[in-house]
Design a protein around this ligand. Structure first.
Ligand code: NAD
Length: 476
């Protein structure tokens, strides 16, 4: 496997029409390690034509055969895990063990979507007259344009393309230019598994140019985007203008509500792992930690102590538990948020600085004495920083949890059944987990409300996003 990634159009890996490329950098070393082809409009036209022809062919393949192809691709990924994990760590930065987990989950999602492909049931609707039959049948919606980010360079791609392919749609994926080889490894597994030519196409280039070209195009029937709220709003607007169905998986600023009478050390240990996984570049990363006053000091001390055990470094090195941020731009953005908060009176309890003089590393950081006027308390930091605040009443904690326009994931730790019921009713989030952090499995729904977007990926809902309902009736 190489770090030089080409476009995959109409079943062929190839350079872009004008042979231009972008550099790919290892964020742990700052070195350029490869390149990625930069698609022109001529390339996109070919991808569109391929997706149209691929759709015509793939939608006629039975659900049972689609299932077999997706399962084969999953097995190929499992066989190739070691080589792909190394590439993923080199281009994205996450520790090797996290890359391996991501590839394993990608394979599981392919399995799940394959199995769901056999269950795209419609229904028979009882008619008012005896000679009439009424059916609601599910049809694949058509060619899909999927736009995916760099934080989970393979699993964010599969969350879109597996249910799309399972449903019988063809896909053009515009994956992240920072991490192209991981996306390419997934597409290669699918093509090696025997998908017909044109069913899956992979492009890279200028994100705004590509989305601006593909979304309005009449061949594309469905858009799916994962990324920031501002970009999501732009793409949703474009999709609306051209009457395209859309799924928007956008950012979050996840609250964690911790009440008294919990195992404070146990919760702190869990959060110290979850917060700094993937260097905090996770849309459901626990970020605003709200702790009941009576256990606040104990929690902060324990949380900071557990964080001392995190080993920051090159994800290829043994023992490293947190890698760099994906690029220098993200490093500077998170650093600015921390510095601004500090100037406004936040207390840095641990971290707050860059780590090495090469690569885009930041220390795992915890801020206290924060307030809602600080930018970091309002914008998704998307990095290795958590803010901890005390609360007096559960109602106050819920108000803070719901204060922001985001509504992706929320977490709580409590021994009170009454608190669980209250939080389940009142927290404005697409997902709430209590007393553990179990999210994003292939079989469970994943998605947000409010500015965090709309539509669901995962669970039996995942494939609905790529199906339309047709009503058929006949009289005899
Ligand atoms: P960004 O918004 O510029 O880019 C995020 C992703 O969207 C990238 O993969 C990028 O290629 C793509 N993108 C950007 N503009 C696009 C456009 N006009 N059309 C199509 N795709 C486009 O941000 P960034 O600096 O790369 O990342 C920072 C922010 O992105 C984070 O703060 C976070 O909010 C968000 N983000 C969210 C997720 C997620 O899982 N929800 C993942 C990555 C980034």
């Amino acid at each position: 496997m190489s770090h030089n990634t080409q476009l995959f159009i109409n079943g062929v890996w190839r350079d872009s029409a004008d042979r231009t490329t972008l550099d790919v950098t290892n964020p742990a070393t700052g070195e350029v390690i490869g390149s990625v082809a930069r698609a022109t409009h001529a390339d996109l036209d070919e991808a569109l034509a391929a997706a149209a022809a691929g759709f015509t062919e793939w939608k006629r393949v039975s659900g049972f055969e689609r299932y077999k192809a997706l399962r084969r691709a999953a097995d190929l990924l499992r066989e190739r895990v070691d080589g792909i994990a190394k590439i993923m760590t080199e281009e994205q930065g996450k520790p090797l063990a996290e890359s391996k987990v991501e590839i394993a989950i990608t394979a599981d999602i392919l399995d799940w979507a394959g199995e769901e492909a056999r269950r795209a049931y419609g229904r028979v609707i009882p008619a008012r007259a005896g000679n009439v039959t009424q059916l609601a049948v599910k049809e694949p919606i058509g060619p899909v344009a999927a736009f995916t980010p760099w934080n989970f360079p393979m699993s964010q791609v599969v969350r879109k393309i597996a249910p799309a392919l399972g449903a019988g749609c063809s896909v053009i994926v515009k994956a992240a230019e920072d991490t192209p080889a991981s996306a390419a490894a997934l597409v290669k597994a699918l093509s090696d598994a025997g998908l017909p030519t044109g069913a899956i196409n992979l492009v890279f280039g200028d994100p705004a140019d590509i989305s601006g070209y593909l979304i309005p195009h009449p061949i594309i029937r469905k858009i799916s985007f994962t990324g920031s709220v501002p970009v999501g709003k732009k793409l949703a607007e474009l999709a609306g203008r051209h009457m395209k169905r859309a799924t928007m998986e956008l950012g979050g600023h996840s609250p964690v509500i911790i009440t008294e009478a919990v195992d404070v050390d146990g919760v702190a240990a869990m959060l110290a792992v979850a917060k700094f996984r993937n260097a905090g570049q996770v849309c459901v990363s626990p970020t605003r930690i709200l702790v009941q006053e009576s256990v606040y000091d104990e929690f902060v001390t324990s949380f900071v102590n557990q964080i001392r055990a995190i080993k920051v470094g090159n994800g290829l090195e043994a023992g490293v538990t947190m890698g760099p941020l994906v690029n220098a731009r993200r490093q500077a953005a998170v650093e600015d948020l921390i510095a601004e908060a500090q100037q406004a009176g936040a207390n840095v309890r641990i971290g707050g600085n860059r780590v090495e003089n090469k690569g885009s590393f930041l220390q795992p950081t915890v801020l206290t004495e924060v307030d809602t006027s600080m930018r970091i308390m309002n914008e998704e930091p998307f990095g290795p920083v958590a803010m901890v605040q005390p609360f007096a009443s559960l109602q106050e904690a819920v108000e803070e949890a719901n204060r922001l326009p985001y509504g992706l994931a929320a977490f709580a730790f409590t021994n009170s059944v009454k608190a669980v019921a209250m939080l389940s009713d009142e927290v404005e989030a697409g997902m709430l987990t209590v007393n553990h952090l179990g999210l994003a499995l292939p079989e469970v729904p994943f998605g947000g409300v409010k500015d965090s977007g709309y539509g669901v990926e995962g669970g039996i809902e995942a494939m609905d996003a790529y199906l339309s309902t047709k009503f058929l009736t006949h009289a005899v």
